[in-house]
Write a protein that binds this ligand. Structure first.
Ligand SMILES: [Cu+2]
Length: 144
């Protein structure tokens, strides 16, 4: 996410690099509000007595702290389905989700670079993005 603030011309494409992230994957997810919504819908525990294949529901955690379930084999950690995969079509227009997905050497997506085009000016407020894995990691893009 360096530089923290990137200044572009309308129509520019940015290539984000994820190589050398051997043990710590990251994402670049636009816009920041959608990224925050994905983070809020992820990492929450539930207890599923019959597993994913069973018809029974996921239950709220039995315990407030790990292992969360009275029977630890029932523990599930839930993620928003938009957390890991690539999101969008590679062109950011200011509101819809565009996400690199979670990338790094050990990620299912690998550590390939990711291109994102900017076809709209950002106006008074820069476009803001974050990393879904580390939501405090953020950057801004000004498109003129
Ligand atoms: Cu990160």
């Amino acid at each position: 996410m360096y530089p923290r603030k990137l200044v572009l011309e309308k129509g520019d494409t940015v290539q984000l690099h994820f190589d050398s992230l051997n043990y710590e994957p990251h994402s670049a997810t636009f816009p920041v509000d959608v990224g925050k919504e994905i983070v809020r819908g992820s990492f929450y525990p539930s207890c599923d007595p019959d597993g994913d294949a069973g018809p029974g529901p996921d239950n709220p955690p039995d315990l407030e702290a790990p292992p969360f379930c009275a029977d630890p084999t029932q523990l599930e950690l839930n993620f928003d389905p938009r957390f890991v995969p690539v999101g969008g079509n590679g062109t950011f227009r200011g509101a819809d989700l565009e996400s690199s997905g979670v990338r790094g050497l050990l990620s299912p997506l690998g550590d390939d670079n990711w291109d994102l085009a900017f076809t709209r000016t950002s106006g008074d407020e820069p476009f803001r993005y974050l990393c879904l894995v580390h939501p405090w990691m953020r950057g801004r893009v000004v498109v003129r």
